[in-house]
Design a protein around this ligand. Structure first.
Ligand SMILES: Nc1ncnc2c1ncn2[C@@H]1O[C@H](COP(=O)(O)OP(=O)(O)OP(=O)(O)O)[C@@H](O)[C@H]1O
Ligand SMILES: [Mg+2]
Length: 244
C-alpha cells in the first residue's frame, strides 16, 4: 500500500519533560499552558480566537520548530530579526508525516515587508514577471506568492493572510488554497476572516481562556457576528453608537 503523502505535520505537543515557568510569557497564555496536543487536518487547520489568545505565538513556535527564522519566508531565508521570540519552540515536539514537503513557507503578518525585500534580493520569485514585490500592493504581492510561488506538495504556515486581501481576493485566495490542497499541500492558517474560515476541508481550532478546542464553522464568532451584523447593521449601529 502506498504511504499517504499528507499530512506533513501530524500533530504537535508540549514536551512533557520541559520545565515551564508558568508565570512567564508564553505560558501565561491559557492556549499555550493547556496546549496538550494539536492534531492537524491533512488539508487545512485554522487557528481562531480573540486578539491576544496566542494564535501567532503558537504558529510562530511551530514555524521555528520546523526550522524557519522568526521573520518568516522559506526555510532558507535567514532574515535578521529584532523581534523578541518566545522559547516555546524548544518545548514543542513535532510529529511529522511519512514524507517531507517539497515546499515550505511561513508568512508572518508583521514582516511581509522584510520577506518581500528578501524575495527581491534573492530572486526567489524568479521567472515570474520580474517585478519587485515592493512594486505591488500588499495584496497583489501576497497573491503573487500564493499563485506563482507556492508550488504544491507544500507545508504553508500563514498568519492572517487576509490582512492584505480585499473580499474578492479572499475568495480568489480560497480557490488558490484549494488548488494547492489538491496538489498535496497542507496549510496551518491563523485568521479572523469569515470567508477563509468557510473552507470545508478543514479543522477549526478555537484558542480561548480554556485552551484549544475544535469548533464548527457556524459556531465561530467570526461567522455569527459577521452574519448578524450584516443582516441587522442599522439596528446594531444604533445600539453601538447610542448615547447613554
Ligand atoms: N514577546 C512577548 N513578550 C511578552 N508577551 C507577549 C509577547 N508577544 C506576545 N505577547 C502576549 O502574548 C499574548 C498572545 O499574543 P499573540 O500575538 O500570540 O496573540 P494572537 O492570538 O495572535 O492575537 P491577534 O489575533 O491579535 O493576532 C498577548 O497577550 C500578547 O500581548
Ligand atoms: Mg496574531
Amino acid at each position: 500500500m502506498a504511504l499517504p503523502v499528507k499530512p506533513y505535520l501530524q500533530h504537535v505537543s508540549l514536551h512533557p519533560e520541559a520545565g515551564f515557568d508558568l508565570d512567564a510569557y508564553p505560558y501565561t497564555i491559557p492556549a499555550v499552558r493547556e496546549l496538550d496536543r494539536i492534531d492537524f487536518h491533512p488539508d487545512v487547520t485554522f487557528f481562531v480566537g480573540e486578539n491576544g489568545a496566542g494564535k501567532s505565538t503558537v504558529l510562530e513556535a511551530i514555524a521555528l520548530a520546523l526550522g524557519h527564522s522568526p521573520e518568516g519566508g522559506t526555510r532558507n531565508m535567514r532574515i535578521a530579526t529584532t523581534d523578541s521570540v518566545s522559547d516555546l519552540h524548544e518545548s514543542l515536539r513535532l510529529a511529522r508525516g511519512f514524507r517531507q514537503p517539497r515546499d515550505q513557507f511561513f508568512l508572518r503578518a508583521e514582516s511581509f515587508f522584510n520577506v518581500a525585500t528578501y524575495v527581491d534580493e534573492t530572486g526567489y520569485l524568479g521567472g515570474y514577471d520580474n517585478r519587485s514585490l515592493h512594486e505591488r500592493s500588499h495584496g497583489e504581492a501576497f497573491m503573487a506568492l500564493l499563485t506563482h510561488k507556492f508550488r504544491g506538495q507544500g507545508l504553508y504556515l500563514l498568519d492572517e493572510p487576509e490582512a492584505a486581501l480585499s473580499p474578492n481576493r479572499q475568495l480568489a485566495a480560497l480557490s488558490a488554497i484549494h488548488q494547492l490542497v489538491q496538489d498535496q499541500s497542507q496549510f496551518i492558517i491563523a485568521t479572523h476572516s469569515p470567508i477563509l474560515l468557510s473552507y470545508p476541508n478543514a479543522r477549526i481550532l478555537l484558542f480561548d481562556g480554556t485552551g484549544i478546542t475544535e469548533v464548527a464553522y457556524e459556531e465561530t464568532e467570526h461567522y455569527a457576528v459577521t452574519r448578524d451584523f450584516l443582516n441587522h447593521y442599522p439596528r446594531r449601529l444604533e445600539q453601538l453608537l447610542a448615547d447613554d
